[in-house]
Design a protein. Structure first.
Ligand SMILES: [Zn+2]
Length: 166
């Protein structure tokens, strides 16, 4: 069997389909001989698949050195809208309730969980007061933009605020 030309069967597992899908992404970029000539590494695979590197504005906050690694990961998931909130999980588990565990009043999605929930709002207002944030927005990307432009904040306070948001 020629792996390079292999086509996935419909009755295969989700995982196998993803592996074949990634192989097909490489096949769309390179022919077999060009791929075999590459000394493969994670970096070279990334470079082949994503030839345009788009620098996002929030990357330095996500990967801030003084933040906790778990917080970095949660913030990264939030910014990619992949955090497993109840609303997100309900797409896969249809009978799952989506009510917020903190307030018990609304659907638990990213915006609600971090900015609209009454409990989160209390925490958030206290954090905004602590860093002297005057921004009226409660949207996390707008706040990250505000933080990036705030010259009066020390790097440590920015890191604490980002850790608190996540
Ligand atoms: Zn809530």
């Amino acid at each position: 069997m020629d792996w390079w030309a292999y086509a996935v069967q419909q009755n295969c597992s989700w995982y196998w389909k993803k592996i074949v899908e990634i192989k097909d992404l490489f096949r769309a970029k390179l022919d077999k001989s060009a791929f075999m000539a590459v000394q493969y590494s994670i970096q070279s695979g990334y470079d082949i698949l994503y030839d345009q590197h788009i620098k996002v504005q929030w990357s330095k906050f996500v990967w801030e050195r003084c933040s906790i690694p778990k917080h970095r990961y949660i913030l990264w998931l939030v910014l990619h809208r992949k955090l497993r909130t109840k609303e997100h999980l309900s797409k896969y588990f249809h009978a799952m309730d989506t009510v917020c565990l903190l307030c018990g009043d609304h659907k638990e999605d990213i915006t609600h969980l971090f900015f609209q929930c009454t409990y989160s709002k209390i925490c958030f207002v206290k954090m905004k007061e602590w860093i002297g944030c005057q921004a009226q927005t409660e949207h996390y990307q707008a706040l990250l933009q505000w933080i990036s432009k705030a010259k009066h904040l020390s790097k440590l306070r920015k890191g604490f605020f980002i850790a608190a948001v996540t």
